[in-house]
Design a protein around this ligand. Structure first.
Ligand SMILES: *[C@@H]1O[C@H](CO)[C@@H](O)[C@H](O)[C@H]1NC(C)=O
Ligand SMILES: *[C@@H]1O[C@H](CO)[C@@H](O)[C@H](O)[C@H]1NC(C)=O
Ligand SMILES: *[C@@H]1O[C@H](CO)[C@@H](O)[C@H](O)[C@H]1NC(C)=O
Ligand SMILES: *[C@@H]1O[C@H](CO)[C@@H](O)[C@H](O)[C@H]1NC(C)=O
Ligand SMILES: *[C@@H]1O[C@H](CO)[C@@H](O)[C@H](O)[C@H]1NC(C)=O
Ligand SMILES: *[C@@H]1O[C@H](CO)[C@@H](O)[C@H](O)[C@H]1NC(C)=O
Ligand SMILES: *[C@@H]1O[C@H](CO)[C@@H](O)[C@H](O)[C@H]1NC(C)=O
Ligand SMILES: *[C@@H]1O[C@H](CO)[C@@H](O)[C@H](O)[C@H]1NC(C)=O
Ligand SMILES: *[C@@H]1O[C@H](CO)[C@@H](O)[C@H](O)[C@H]1NC(C)=O
Length: 606
């Protein structure tokens, strides 16, 4: 959005605020059911007081007539929205010049706030004077109080800014790679996907084409038709805005390698020999090893972001029929930290970070707005599932889940994905389904994780997992370790062999617990979205910020000691999550043989 239109919207909002305040003042505010004539907009312990009066004004009846029916609900919504304090803060700058005009003169202020004995004596006269200028006085007090409040907020914010985290220990050096490792790969976008032209997905810094809000399922701005495999492009563009970049690699705590490994290999996954799949990775390994930065600690301070699952890079033979590239088996990459949308439970140098969703907020307001919308959302279905069966995957529970969902209609809603059902790929249809559901089933597909998990969190729909591999061991930097707070785990074995009824399990959860979980899910929204690389969030940390924090913390630990490489790598899922490698209830989920059900089929659902 350009500056003028944003300004115009803000001005509109300011006018709206005044209109509502005004209505509140004139009207005794039925919507608030006030017990005292003072209504308070709460703000972090402080209050903005809006003095209510009995005064009627010639225009009052008119305004009464204009706020009935649909308009009234609109105003209610609007008030709900304004109550949110951050929005008040954002309005502050625009309000300031307006308020300045209405501020009482200094002596007037003194009279009101510090009554001398003298003034107390002439209070009766004063009272009359007040009566006469009642309207004006009311306005002045109101506005003055609002102004005072905003002033306090402004000071607080300035203080907050000045105590902003310093960059010490957070510097990142970005390798200036030859174009063949990133930009040239983008030029080849036609070959990323055999079945679909992915070039439009590169628009808007990798966010994809802008999504309209024609059906009012989404919100006004910040929505894009984002491809689930474009994380590496989005991440690189976000990194350009990182506040602690340095050109001096010796002061950097971490070194970012902006190689588009996922898009590179996606060109050769099908019908290509292993040497094509590995060529650029091998070149990069050699390039990195020759750099002076490598010598600091053999690449241990380097990190890479990959927008595909780890299994696309863990080929361990040179057999052309084997899947993927061998990037992660190369010694150079083994020394590096790799962020990917799905990590391996049995390796210690890759870390799960969220799939990109369709929402890329440009500011804090867009997030708050969306969270409020999701809080108010009516959810008619108990649970839902969007996805396809996996007839090719041994032991897949998807078939069972679809059967159970069909049996539970209308409590369950199903969006069946197939090569022919394009609805499943329409962001609006998927988001509408999830917004209307209390729980969203997230069974593993070809691999443990799904983008759908993040779509459901975004929609305030509580995710239901069937293995801890789908999220709990993956996104340790982004999701709370106490998974009961925001999700449900139903053992896939129980669904498979004991015929456990999903509907039964979910309907047994008490309503208060459900509400708590949903609040937590909605609270998580900012942490799992990637903000628009063009802008910067003030209050929230997004998925990018948390990923960078995670990397820096890991680099710190690696620098302090080598010990994090000491344990048996096969237990790394346990070590990274719990800090120990003893026996655990979840061991049966991660028997090593489970590996290698890896190929993403053509009917990839999101
Ligand atoms: C409002 O009206 C009530 C009774 O109608 C009266 O007692 C009260 O003093 C009035 N308040 C103001 C501020 O005029
Ligand atoms: C408001 O509506 C009432 C009836 O609902 C009507 O009598 C009155 O004249 C209207 N006032 C104005 C200012 O339109
Ligand atoms: C308010 O009045 C008291 C005496 O009544 C005086 O001591 C105090 O300094 C005054 N405060 C201001 C801000 O003028
Ligand atoms: C004071 O409030 C009245 C309504 O109560 C409004 O019509 C008027 O414009 C306001 N005056 C100022 C200076 O804001
Ligand atoms: C690093 O150097 C490049 C050009 O040499 C310059 O454009 C860029 O602003 C520098 N970045 C920082 C963080 O100093
Ligand atoms: C690693 O730790 C040493 C002290 O143990 C410190 O001097 C050095 O700056 C650290 N390096 C990085 C990259 O943080
Ligand atoms: C792999 O394929 C490329 C082109 O597709 C070809 O040039 C190359 O010779 C092949 N390599 C091997 C080892 O077959
Ligand atoms: C990886 O790190 C180890 C030290 O932990 C070092 O011995 C090895 O040479 C490094 N590998 C490469 C390719 O630099
Ligand atoms: C599973 O349970 C459902 C009812 O919950 C029942 O209709 C179905 O026959 C059962 N299937 C098996 C294989 O036991």
């Amino acid at each position: 959005m350009d500056h003028t239109s944003r300004y115009r919207i803000k001005i509109g909002v300011v006018l709206c605020v005044f209109f509502i305040c005004w209505c509140v003042m004139i009207h005794n505010v039925k919507w608030y059911d006030l017990s005292s004539p003072i209504t308070a907009f709460r703000h972090q312990g402080n209050t903005v007081e809006i003095v209510d009066t009995n005064t009627t004004h010639p225009a009052a009846t008119e305004s009464e007539n204009s706020t009935t029916g649909d308009d009234k609900t609109k105003v209610d919504d609007e008030i709900d929205w304004i109550k949110d304090t951050t929005q008040l803060q954002a309005l502050e700058e625009e309000l300031e010049p307006v308020l300045e005009k209405f501020k009482p003169k200094p002596e007037e202020k003194k009279r009101k706030h510090n009554k001398t004995t003298n003034e107390k004596g002439s209070e009766q006269m004063e009272e009359k004077r007040k009566q006469k200028s009642h309207d004006r006085r009311v306005n002045e007090t109101t506005i003055e109080k609002v102004a005072e409040q905003l002033g306090r907020q402004r000071t607080e914010r300035r203080r907050h800014r000045s105590t902003k985290r310093s960059c010490s220990g957070r510097y990142i050096y970005v390798h200036d790679l030859p174009a063949k490792f990133n930009d040239d790969i983008l030029d080849d976008c036609r070959s990323f996907n055999k079945w679909q032209n992915m070039c439009p997905s590169l628009d808007n810094n990798g966010l994809g084409p802008v999504l309209g809000n024609s059906q009012r399922v989404l919100s006004r701005s910040g929505w894009y038709s984002t491809n689930q495999f474009l994380l590496e492009v989005i991440f690189r563009n976000r990194m350009k805005q990182y506040e602690c970049l340095t050109n001096d690699s010796s002061t950097a705590s971490a070194i970012y390698v902006p190689y588009f490994a996922g898009l590179d290999v996606s060109r050769y996954l099908f019908d290509h020999n292993t040497s094509s799949r590995d060529a650029i990775s091998l070149d990069l390994a050699e390039w990195l090893r020759k750099r002076p930065e490598w010598e600091i600690n053999s690449g241990k301070n380097h990190f890479l972001v990959i927008g595909r699952i780890t299994w696309d890079f863990r080929r361990d033979t040179d057999d052309d029929d084997a899947w993927g590239s061998k990037l992660m088996s190369l010694p150079e990459f083994k020394n590096m930290t790799i962020l990917t949308i799905e990590k391996s439970p049995w390796h210690n140098n890759d870390f799960g970070i969220p799939y990109p969703t369709y929402f890329h907020p440009g500011n804090d307001l867009q997030i708050i707005d969306w969270q409020n919308k999701m809080k108010r959302q009516r959810r008619r279905a108990l649970f839902s599932f969007a996805g396809a069966p996996r007839p090719g995957v041994e032991d897949s529970i998807r078939e069972k889940i679809i059967e159970q969902c069909v049996a539970s209609i209308p409590k369950c809603r199903l969006l069946r994905c197939s090569y022919y059902n394009l609805k499943c790929y329409q962001p609006i249809d998927v988001m509408r389904l999830f917004q209307n559901s209390v729980f969203c089933l997230q069974p593993p597909g070809d691999s443990y994780t799904r983008r759908s998990t993040f779509d459901s969190i975004l929609a305030g729909c509580i995710p239901v997992f069937f293995t801890p591999g789908s999220a709990y061991i993956q996104y340790i930097w982004h999701l709370p370790r106490d998974f009961h707070k925001y999700s449900v785990l139903i053992d896939e074995e129980d669904v498979h062999h004991k015929n456990v009824s999903i509907e039964h399990v979910l309907s047994q959860i008490p309503a208060t617990k459900v509400a708590e979980m949903r609040d937590e899910v909605i609270r998580l929204i900012p942490q799992v979205v990637y903000a628009d690389p063009k802008s910067k969030l003030e209050k929230f940390k997004d998925a990018f910020d948390l990923s960078v924090d995670g990397v820096l913390e890991r680099m710190d630990r690696l620098n302090k000691s080598e010990s994090s490489f000491d344990f048996d790598e096969k237990s790394s899922w346990k070590y990274l999550l719990f800090g120990s490698v003893g026996k655990h209830d979840w061991d049966h989920y991660f028997r090593y043989s489970r590996n290698q059900k890896v190929k993403k089929s053509e009917t990839e659902d999101n």
